[in-house]
Design a protein around this ligand. Structure first.
Ligand code: SF4
Length: 386
């Protein structure tokens, strides 16, 4: 991959407030980049980079002084030239069901969200899935999505994307290298991953390194609303499973609810998915958000079935929760069950996903939107004027 600077992303170097010196945030370097940097900036051999890599990603160190297997002069040089900057936690909200949402502040003040979703095994062991953001806002403007209504600010860097995982692991006290409790990652938070492909691919490569965070591709899902550019590269990399936010069984409904995504016509998207490289027992997961009176009829299920069957696909049905001021309604229980039953009758694996974290605005972009609203209200409140 190319160098550490992503087009449209925040800079990967930062300025030290006291000295005014430019510092490199090491979270933004892939292992090969860190090796090159260690040699050129520190005059140290390659293995030093591996030591640093393990301190950063496995031991979650933020202070060079704690890196006791690195000599003091080298640590001093590191402190003069580099930093390790995590996203800052602005707010944490925990739902009754355990779902935990973080509002994170990035170095330039931009805010993003990440969510931890629990699942308990039959033996009562709790594991977690983390939903990651990859852009500040989103250009796609899907009409049902809070993030889509906020507009787009910028791409996130690799360090900001992976920094979300460090924050979550620290929150969970998850320091185990083997069998960690943070099991799975889904790129389903703010932003469209294929529109920040360079940084998302660098993140996936770094995640895959077993001396770092060590997430194998089987534990990562990248979800896209269907962007032509980048789909092939993601598939060929084999670095993650694919999920496609379909949400509509035909072009007309897609144009109505996902007008920008629908510019790549449904027929063309499906044709591309037919040639998407899948390993044995691998599927494409289709996400289908059921919106009352929009895409939830039996006729819609009839149109949807051949789309899902045309590829090795399975379907996640997500039931829309109408929030205050939202333009859509939740579908009725009766319609949801009839829809699911029809799909199963066509041998389609269709799972109704329970909504988690309803009491904490866990859907993508809701917490940031609510906070922005609160801030705007406070700003407009005469009591707050000096
Ligand atoms: Fe963007 Fe995804 Fe929201 Fe659509 S659903 S606006 S692609 S974040």
């Amino acid at each position: 991959m190319s160098g550490p600077f992503a087009q449209g992303a925040a800079a990967t170097v930062t300025q030290d407030e006291q000295s005014g010196r430019t510092m490199t945030n090491l979270l933004n370097l892939t292992l090969p980049e860190l090796e090159a940097w260690t040699q050129s900036e520190l005059g140290e051999p390659k293995f030093r980079a591996m030591q640093l890599w393990q301190w950063i990603w496995q031991r979650m160190a933020r202070d060079f002084d704690t890196m006791t297997n690195i000599s003091r002069p080298c640590r001093e040089l590191l402190a003069a030239k580099a930093c390790i900057v995590w996203p800052e936690v602005s707010a944490v909200e925990e739902s009754r069901d355990g779902t935990t949402k973080f509002l994170l502040r990035l170095e330039d003040g931009a805010q993003i969200e990440t969510v931890l979703i629990p699942s308990d095994s039959r033996e009562g062991v709790r594991r977690w899935t983390q939903c990651l953001s990859c852009q500040v806002g989103c250009t796609m403007g899907c009409t049902f999505c809070s993030t889509g209504q906020m507009g787009f600010e910028r791409n996130m860097t690799m360090g900001e994307i992976l920094g979300q995982i460090l924050v979550a692991r620290e929150h969970l006290g998850d320091t185990r290298l083997h069998w960690p409790i943070l099991r799975n990652l889904v790129f389903m938070g703010m932003g469209e991953p294929l529109l920040n492909l360079k940084e998302v691919m660098r993140s996936l490569e770094s995640l895959n390194n077993d001396k770092g965070l060590g997430f194998s591709p089987r534990r990562i899902t990248v979800s896209t609303c269907g962007i032509e550019k980048g789909l092939k590269e993601l598939g060929e990399s084999g670095l993650a499973f694919l999920a496609v936010s379909l949400h509509a069984p035909n072009q007309a409904v897609r144009e109505r609810i996902m007008p920008k995504a629908a510019r790549w016509r449904l027929n063309d998207l499906m044709a591309a998915l037919k040639s998407y490289p899948l390993k044995t027992r691998e599927h494409i997961t289709f996400e289908y958000l059921m919106l009352g009176g929009v895409n939830d009829s039996l006729e819609h299920a009839r149109e949807l079935a051949p789309l899902v069957s045309a590829v090795k696909g399975k379907l996640n049905i997500i039931v829309y929760n109408a929030a205050e001021g939202s333009p859509y309604q939740a579908p009725s229980e009766e319609r949801i069950l009839a829809f699911e039953k029809y799909l199963w009758s066509k041998d389609i694996t269709a799972i109704i996903r329970k909504s988690k974290g309803q009491d904490i605005k866990a859907a993508c972009g809701q917490l940031k939107a609510a906070r922005q609203k609160d801030t705007a209200a406070a700003d407009a409140d005469p009591k707050n004027c000096e």
